[in-house]
Ligand binder design. Structure first.
Ligand code: CA
Length: 362
């Protein structure tokens, strides 16, 4: 802005009686109604990436709306426990939540397709499916009976396979393994002879350190170091076959959503989309730095899962999908969309990203 324009703007503010705080000014875009919302999350307080992402989402919505929407963010357990976010927003106890869809498999097995499924799509492919492949429409249809409006709002990118206190050399090594692993990945582990355990992030370190579980997946180097998991296990396995591009979600109570004027709905939608991009970039950068730190400390063995273990897990995953689809019409419809898109985009990924990344190793 030129100096004269700044002064003109300042003069206009003085005439309308607005203070310097934009939020106290009447908006010209869609009325001056003030919305004071609560956002519950499944994340420990200020957890880097997930928790700070939810806070940033609230801040961006408040700033972009000129303060017409104010959102108070609650960490897991502050208002409701980590795994009750869905219910609290659904019932309208609070207006919005930030979490991950696969935590709600108790409501519908189909929710898991909107976070990550084993041997599913990576972050780029997931976004392509959601935004341009019909995924988002299916996501919204699935959540409508629960009185929820979902938005993709973050992605960690591919995760690690997890922390183990025993070596995994064959599929038999998974037998009797008690592992923190949510969603369909947990179901695949169960069929491979292990015992999946659902634990909120904040409880993983103690469970692993005390030996009440033998292994745990949480995320990748960025978030795993936050919890000190590298001090509680000896082996760090890759890749995260069970979570190749997990999407985080922002869920909004449908009445609260319908009560927003169109311009504020647009602001909320764009803020979610922005977080989706930002978080992906943040995780890529921070995972890389923290991986380097783990390597430099040299106390953990970073290992790939053996190919035959992965191919067996892949085979079991196919059985799980077939069974779920046979028992649940909604899963069948979503699986069909997901699988068809994955196959189509897979052909492109193979000769673009995958082919290029292979050349970097030549
Ligand atoms: Ca995970």
């Amino acid at each position: 802005m030129k100096r004269r324009d700044v002064l003109t703007a300042a003069g206009a503010l003085a005439l309308t009686g607005c203070a310097s705080e934009v939020s106290e000014c009447q908006s010209s875009a869609g009325g001056d109604k003030q919305f004071n919302w609560k956002m519950v999350t499944s994340w420990p307080p200020n957890l880097p990436g997930l928790g700070t992402g939810a806070t940033k989402l609230a801040e961006n919505i408040e700033a972009a709306s000129g303060g017409r929407i104010r959102i108070k963010v609650y960490a897991a357990g502050e208002l409701v426990p980590a795994f009750e976010v869905f219910g609290a927003v659904s019932e309208g106890t609070v207006e919005m939540g930030h979490s991950a869809a696969y935590y709600w498999r108790g409501k519908s097995e189909a929710t898991q397709f909107f976070t990550a499924i084993p041997f599913g799509m990576n972050v780029m492919e997931m976004n392509a499916w959601l935004y341009y492949g019909g995924g988002l429409e299916l996501y919204r249809e699935l959540y409508e009976p629960f009185n929820l409006m979902p938005f993709p709002a973050g992605n960690t990118g591919i995760q690690m396979g997890g922390w183990f206190n025993r070596e995994i050399n064959t599929l038999a090594d998974l037998k009797g393994l008690k592992m923190r692993i949510p969603g369909l990945g947990g179901e695949v582990l169960r069929r491979a002879g292990g015992t999946p355990v659902a634990l909120p992030g904040a409880e993983i370190f103690t469970a692993l350190q005390t030996g009440s579980i033998d292994a745990a997946e949480w995320n990748g180097p960025y978030n795993d170091l936050t919890f000190g998991l590298h001090k509680a296990a000896r082996y760090y396995y890759y890749p995260g076959w069970h979570e190749p591009g997990p999407v985080l979600e922002c869920i909004i109570n449908r009445e609260a959503w319908a009560g927003l004027p169109a311009d504020l709905q647009t602001i909320v939608a764009i803020a979610c989309s922005a977080l989706n991009d930002q978080m992906t970039a943040e995780y890529a950068a921070r995972n890389a730095l923290n991986l380097r730190q783990i390597k430099q400390e040299g106390k953990v063995e970073i290992r790939p899962f053996p190919d035959d273990v992965l191919s067996e897990l892949h085979r079991i995953t196919g059985e799980v999908y077939d069974e779920l689809a046979a028992n649940d019409q909604t899963v069948a419809i979503i699986l069909e969309s997901f699988s068809t898109f994955k196959e189509t985009i897979g052909e492109w990924t193979a000769i673009s990203q995958q082919a290029y990344l292979n050349t970097r190793n030549l």
